[in-house]
Design a protein around this ligand. Structure first.
Ligand code: CA
Length: 233
């Protein structure tokens, strides 16, 4: 999930960025209204967090212009201007929610999950591979009903593998998608992450088929294996 943060106060922007990255979102920040509007129009993001008092173009104007242009990305307004009049104005201009500053990160994260759930059909927030499932809004992973604890990068890699399940993915393809740029292709980091993910998702009974397969000399494949749970003779 990609989130655009339009906020000129660097401290606040960094606070939100770091918090959301820990929650495994991809976050872009921009500090003025003009660039903010451009990015809202051109970049495919899943939600926007929008400050009101911005250099270049204020948040209300930005929101109105973006809605007039037909961009319906969910928006949460974050603003110290928390009067009823301001909130009503923001909501009337097409904001999905309004959070007065100062706010707690937990509340921001919860409201963000709520608008993402409303804007994305239920089915597309769940990814499955056998009895392994991922919730792409909350970024939780489960094997059967057991929650699996993953770090941000482990989650990102696993989500990419499951989105492409049953396909063989080369190391360089995985690197481009999960690690983006500035990455040494000879590094063995993917192998390190694969090992960690396996230790968390694979069953340790020795009989179950491995889900995350190594394809020698090429890369990896996430294989859909039928669960052996729940078979009654
Ligand atoms: Ca501001």
């Amino acid at each position: 999930m990609r989130i655009l943060v339009i906020e000129d106060e660097r401290k606040v922007a960094n606070f939100i960025k770091h918090g959301l990255e820990e929650e495994r979102y991809i976050v872009e920040t921009v500090a003025d209204g003009i660039t903010g509007l451009e990015m809202a129009m051109n970049n495919q993001v899943d939600a926007i967090l929008l400050d009101i008092m911005l250099p270049g173009k204020d948040g209300f104007t930005l929101l109105r212009e973006m809605r007039e242009a037909g961009v319906n990305t969910p928006v949460i307004i974050l603003s110290a201007r928390g009067t009823t009049e301001d909130r009503v104005r923001g909501l009337d201009l097409g904001a999905d929610d309004y959070l007065p500053k100062p706010f707690s990160f937990e509340e921001l994260a919860a409201r963000l999950r709520a608008i993402l759930r409303r804007s994305i059909p239920e089915k597309s927030t769940k990814l499955r591979c056998g009895d392994l499932s991922l919730d792409t809004v909350s970024h939780m992973a489960y094997r059967g009903n057991t929650e699996i604890e993953l770090t941000s990068k482990e989650y990102a890699l696993l989500e990419y593998l499951i989105r492409n399940k049953n396909r063989i993915l080369s190391r360089s393809t995985i690197t481009q998608h999960v690690w983006k740029h500035n990455f040494d292709p000879d590094s063995n980091i993917i192998d390190v992450y694969v090992k960690r993910i396996r230790s968390k998702i694979e069953k340790k009974d020795g009989n179950s088929k491995q889900m995350l397969q190594s394809i020698r000399g090429v890369g990896y494949r996430m294989r859909e294996v039928q669960s052996e749970d729940g078979i009654n003779g």
